[in-house]
Structures are given as C-alpha cells and as structure tokens.
Design a protein around this ligand. Structure first.
Ligand code: ADE
Length: 258
C-alpha cells in the first residue's frame, strides 16, 4: 500500500502539482521502506502544514508490495557468508521502476540511501537537496541493500549514500525522517518566519558555529537571572555577547568547527 501523506493537499493542490500560492511545483518526496508507517509522523507540525498547503507531496511505499512470493520476502543470506541478511535486489528494482515511471520532474530524481557507511549528512547537503524537485529515500534494514541496486540506480537517479552520524540505527527510516525534516524546513514557505533559519547552528550567518543560549520571560526564574546584557537594549552589546558565547560553546563542544 502506498501511503500518500497529502490527503488534504489533494483538495488544495491543482492537478498540475503546482502550489496555488507560488505557482511553483511542490517538492516531491517518496520513501520506500518495509515500515512505511514511520513516515506518518510527517503529517505533524509545520511539515504537515506544508503538505496540506501543497508545498510538499510526500508518499511512503511498502517495499513488500513489490514482492511476488507468498511470504513477501525482502531479504536473503549474504553471498560470501557472514551474519545477518541482505535486502534482495528484485523488490527494490521494481519499486524504483515504479517511481521512475511516475516521475515528471525535469531533472533526474535524487535517490538517497541512508547508511552508516554513507557520506556525512550536513546542513550544506541539506541546503543543496532543498533545491531539488524530487527526492527518493531508499530505507534499508538488516545488513543493507544488495549493492547492485545502487549501481543500477546510478544510471537513472542522482544517487547519494548518506550517514546521519557515527552510530548504527536499526534501519534507514529514522535517518530518512531526520534528513527530510532538515531539508524541507529549508524549502521556501515551509517555515513561517524565514529569519529563524538565519541564526541557527551550522548556518552561514553563525559562521558554522554552534548557537548561543537563549532565554525568555520571566527575567528571574527559580533565583536564576537572565544575563543582564540581554535586558540592556544595547543591540551591539547583545550581538557581541552572543558571538562570544557561540565561540566558547563551539570551542568546548566542537573544536573541529573552529
Ligand atoms: N542506517 C543505520 N544507521 C544509520 C546512520 N547512522 N545513518 C544513516 N542511516 C543509517
């Protein structure tokens, strides 16, 4: 079963797939997984709103729909031996064929394969992906997907193997969700106030440093006071204080970023 997360958008979005407000085609995102329910979470919050408003067209597909045996088998033992199972190429091939047949974007779609052995996923990569028309996430489980799928896909997709970090998840779904959220919040119109994107960690305006700490009312809470400079009304002093805190925090936690 394909889960289209655009139930409301089918009403709001013209047949052309264009957003009525901007005239720009919605960014299309497909995720293929044996657990497509993971992607239901994208209906929440600002991303859910962007889907409703037709800025994003998100579809999750069950890989088992592309199997033909009674047990809907998606894995098999690894050639060469070793522990664990490997995802069979045939269901992946059919799933990707079906997406290519349904792709009407001008450029070749980007196929993202989340994997602990991938290139590190960064804010810079996210910003690049935010400008694409169509992203496909291939979420593997077990020991991974038969590598011929990626070799074959390179003739049809812009293939990127990407890692969320130096740790191992049970599968690509949680990594794909993190990547989707990081990318789509950079798509114009998804975040209500684009200024909030400007001053966050890893952005160009903070020079790639970590963000300074933030405070809100009340000025005193459980005997703890907000740093006085933030109440001073002196914008230059506030900027200097924030830049200094960013530098200190980055030096302590992520000296590699300096
Ligand atoms: N799949 C399993 N672990 C992963 C990771 N760290 N990043 C991306 N995909 C993964």
């Amino acid at each position: 079963m394909m889960r289209r997360l655009t139930t409301a958008a089918t009403k709001a979005t013209p047949v052309s797939g264009e957003d009525a407000g901007t005239g720009k085609a919605a960014m299309r995102i497909d995720a293929i997984s044996i657990f497509p329910q993971y992607f239901d979470a994208l209906q929440l919050s600002l991303i859910g709103k962007a889907i409703e408003h037709g800025l994003l067209d998100v579809r999750a597909h069950d890989l088992r729909e592309f199997t033909h045996d009674r047990h809907r088998t998606v894995d098999d033992t690894p050639y060469g031996g070793g522990a664990g199972m490997v995802m069979k190429p045939e269901p992946w091939g059919e799933a990707l064929d079906s997406l290519l047949a349904d792709d009407d974007s001008a450029r070749r779609p980007v196929l993202i394969v989340p994997s602990p052995s991938g290139h590190p996923f960064t804010q810079e990569i996210a910003a690049d992906l935010a400008g694409k028309d169509h992203l496909v996430f291939a979420c593997g489980r077990y020991e991974g997907i038969d590598h011929r799928v990626l070799d074959w896909a390179a003739d049809h997709f812009d293939v990127r193997e990407l890692s969320l970090g130096d740790y191992v998840l049970n599968g690509g779904e949680v990594a794909a969700l993190a990547m989707i959220e990081t990318v789509v919040r950079l798509v114009p119109g998804v975040i209500g106030n684009p200024q909030s994107l400007v001053e966050e960690s890893y952005s160009v305006s903070t020079e790639g440093m970590l963000e300074y700490p933030v405070y809100t009312k009340p000025a005193v809470w459980r005997d703890l006071e907000v740093p006085g400079v933030l109440l001073s009304g002196d914008h230059g002093a506030v900027d200097d204080w924030r830049a200094e805190r960013s530098r200190e925090i980055t030096a302590e936690r992520r000296p590699d970023l300096l």
